[in-house]
Design a protein around this ligand. Sequence first.
Ligand code: C2E
Ligand code: MG
Ligand code: MG
Ligand code: MG
Length: 281
Amino acid sequence: AVKADGRSGFRIFQHEMELATRARHAVESDLRGALANGEFELHYQPIVDPATGNAVSCEALLRWKHPVAGYIPPSEFIPVAEDTGLILQLGEWVLHEACQEARHWPQDVSVAVNLSPRQFSEPQLAFQVVRALERSGLPPQRLELEITESVTLGATQKVVETISNLRRLGVRLSLDDFGTGYSSLSYLRKYAFDKLKIDRSFVTDLSKTAESIAIIRAIIGMGRSIGMVIVVEGVETEAQLATLREEGCDLVQGYYFSRPVPSQGIRAMLAAPGTLSKLAS
Ligand code: C2E
Ligand code: MG
Ligand code: MG
Ligand code: MG
């Protein structure tokens, strides 16, 4: 905010604003360059059936492999890509790359792709999805789209249409980061999501408080009652896994099984599923 100490304070404030704007432009042009130079990579993390230890799908997670800084996590550049609209091109690249990669996996393993809120306000999203499926030859049933809870909250007619267009294509929809927003049961029913991904924050406390177990139990019960598959993300310990299994959680994802790994790593893991089942049993 504008500081109270008169003109000099205001100038300082303006100067800071200019720097922030310039920095944002710099990041934006870096991102464009990175896309052109092929500096983006997808890493993949298995989503596991705790009963069998088999991966049923893998989530694609975007990384920027910066020639000097090394791997940069999405939290550092996705917000800028969203602000500038570059997320639309970047998102299209992610869709193509993820669908192509999944063609190298066993046929019963799907790929999950994250979509940004901004992508939902663009009518071209459904076309991008169709193109990615056609070019890769991946059956629509093997593509899952993850949407964070905040998207459905501000749901405009456009968003509702986009979601139903995507459903008609036969792709699956997951509600990501569940519990961080304010979705009600009626929202969940309205959009008919296939999967509910309970946010990592609920798992962190799992071993510490009885309340956290009660919350997870309630979410699982609620999601189940309207026919959704329940995924819990952020599982890091055997104790957490044991609790989640007791509570009847359908699928789990987290460092306990594997961190997100590059393409060669996930292919090796999927070709030798024994590694994951050992952890599950
Ligand atoms: P998300 O979709 O909720 O993805 C899960 C995040 O939790 C990932 O962080 C993953 O690496 C991390 N994670 C998984 N298991 C564990 C665990 O056991 N412990 C801990 N501490 N963390 C775990 P990441 O890769 O940094 O991605 C962060 C967010 O960036 C994602 O959250 C997603 O919202 C966004 N994102 C990633 N890739 C894309 C993309 O291609 N497009 C868009 N629009 N957003 C993306
Ligand atoms: Mg996700
Ligand atoms: Mg998530
Ligand atoms: Mg999350």
